[in-house]
Write a protein that binds this ligand. Structure first.
Ligand SMILES: NC(=O)c1ccc[n+]([C@@H]2O[C@H](COP(=O)([O-])OP(=O)(O)OC[C@H]3O[C@@H](n4cnc5c(N)ncnc54)[C@H](O)[C@@H]3O)[C@@H](O)[C@H]2O)c1
Length: 449
């Protein structure tokens, strides 16, 4: 299997490479570690979160990602994949991927402290040099600063720094690993960059070898452009509602133009999650730091924030006041096919509804409580979690859909209607055809339809 894969992918140099993945039990790190092991590399996932390491060794993955469980199980069993909570276990690794978090600070800047700390940690006690590949999304200039930081600590001979930003999407992360749209490598040496690119790029996949700064900017600009597309279609959706248009038809008509393409043109409650919003805020902060405005990007963010309020205003318009009203909320994850709630749009919407006095019952197929999602229940007073969407609708004044889980599309509309006190659905994901809802005698308010 290993030889076959190496033949197909043309990997020769790396035959004996041992790979370490720091943040190996995070969303990016675990997919990276498991898929590299599946490719045949001896891979060690190192994570400082001991309980995640203990759990995975008992077969429990820290998050849901389609197709990942099987690869982890297989590669743990054949010995190619290992997990550890001790950094010393990375001492024999030639290549070390840094996949730690870079969360938003309150001013929008990315907090890169985990990146600096983890690079120093893995490099400090090494005897032989290694290549440190930074996959985490970092602001412009960070790779250079990391190299300088090692120099200041007298550790420059222990590691070569390479930027290799990650573009996978949660929910299709495993598929994205096998079929990447492109591989971007920023490095000071072309030879090292090519080695990294060859490590896991399938034939025919475009590879761009460039500078650290270009690699960092490509990642941020790509996410900002995707966010831009979503806010663009959401702005057009506002006008659609005013003139009785249907944004889904408009979107299709726009997306058939090959210069535009149909992706990220679905109107709805906007973008959220641990990447698009965070990276857009970080990019705006990078403009500000250089004394420049990012007018277009700031508007993209503004339109997005408006969209979250809009669904609440739609409920208010129909119900008069939300104080004391019972609302069922479907979907807490930031998108379907993931149980990730970090920076999900559902959180500020739930907070806004609570601030207006609404009583909330929430459902998500994969998220079962705020605590499980890493939040304090006390921050969401009185919110009740239920096991099915029908329980969320039972006796409620309205139902609000926030995540496009496929199973919500399959709801028995007659049952939902009979469960609701007022047959009202506000849909932030346009999951249904309004005609279907009309036939079921449900008042249905989507976005731009
Ligand atoms: N999640 C995505 O879809 C996605 C996509 C592309 C890029 N990214 C970027 O990848 C990076 C990682 O994102 P994520 O979603 O995987 O984050 P995550 O929070 O899911 O994972 C980070 C992991 O790093 C571990 N960690 C932190 N400091 C450590 C240290 N010093 N040593 C060992 N382990 C340590 C944490 O315990 C955690 O398990 C971020 O920069 C993010 O912007 C994420």
């Amino acid at each position: 299997m290993k030889q076959q894969l190496q033949l197909i992918w043309g990997v020769k140099y790396m035959e004996k490479a041992q790979i370490g993945v720091v943040g190996g039990l995070g969303h990016i790190g675990l997919i990276q570690a498991a898929c590299l092991a599946k490719l045949g590399y001896k891979t060690t996932g190192y994570d400082k979160n001991i309980s995640k390491v203990e759990d995975i060794l008992k077969g429990k993955l820290p998050f849901y990602e389609p197709g990942l469980h099987e690869i982890v199980e297989e590669t743990l069993k054949n010995g190619l994949l290992k997990f550890t909570s001790s950094v010393d276990d990375l001492k024999s690794c030639d290549l070390i991927f840094i996949c730690v978090g870079t969360p938003s600070l309150p001013n929008g800047e990315a907090d890169v402290s985990q990146v600096f700390a983890s690079v120093e940690e893995v490099v400090r006690n090494r005897k032989s040099p290694c290549t440190v590949v930074i996959k985490s999304t970092v602001p412009l200039g960070t790779n250079r600063k990391v190299a300088k930081y090692l120099e200041e600590k007298g550790l420059q001979d222990k590691a070569v720094i390479v930027s290799n930003p990650e573009f996978l999407q949660e929910g299709s992360g495993v598929r994205n690993f096998w079929e990447p749209s492109r591989i971007i490598v920023g490095a000071q040496s072309g030879e090292i960059a090519e080695t990294i690119a060859r490590l896991y790029s399938p034939p025919g996949v475009p590879v761009i070898i460039t500078t650290w700064e270009n690699a960092e900017l490509i990642k941020h600009a790509a996410n900002a452009f995707l966010a831009n597309k979503i806010s663009f279609i959401n702005e057009i959706a506002v006008l659609c509602e005013k003139v009785g248009g249907d944004i889904r038809v408009v979107s299709r008509g726009i997306g058939l133009d090959p210069r535009i393409n149909p992706y990220f043109l679905e109107a709805g409650v906007g973008f959220s999650g641990p990447c698009l919003e965070k990276d857009l805020k970080s990019l705006i902060a990078q403009f500000h730091k250089k004394g420049k405005q990012a007018k277009l990007l700031e508007s993209v963010l503004e339109v997005n924030e408006e969209k979250r309020k809009e669904v609440v205003h739609k409920l208010k318009e129909q119900l008069g006041t939300l104080a004391g009203k019972h609302i069922g909320v479907l979907g807490m994850a930031f998108k379907a096919e993931t149980d990730d709630v970090r920076d999900s749009h559902s959180l500020p919407i739930v907070r806004y509804l609570l601030s207006l006095g609404a009583m909330l019952t929430v459902h998500d197929p994969w998220v079962k409580s705020f605590r499980e999602a890493g939040f304090s229940e006390a921050d969401f007073p009185g919110v009740k979690w239920v096991q099915t969407p029908y329980e969320a609708a039972e006796g409620k004044d309205a139902l609000l859909i926030l995540t496009a889980w496929p199973e919500y599309r399959e709801l028995d509309l007659a049952r939902i209607r009979d469960s609701l006190v007022h047959p009202l659905i506000v849909d932030g994901r346009n999951l249904f055809d309004p005609r279907e809802m009309k036939a079921a005698n449900i008042m249905y308010l989507g976005v731009g339809i």
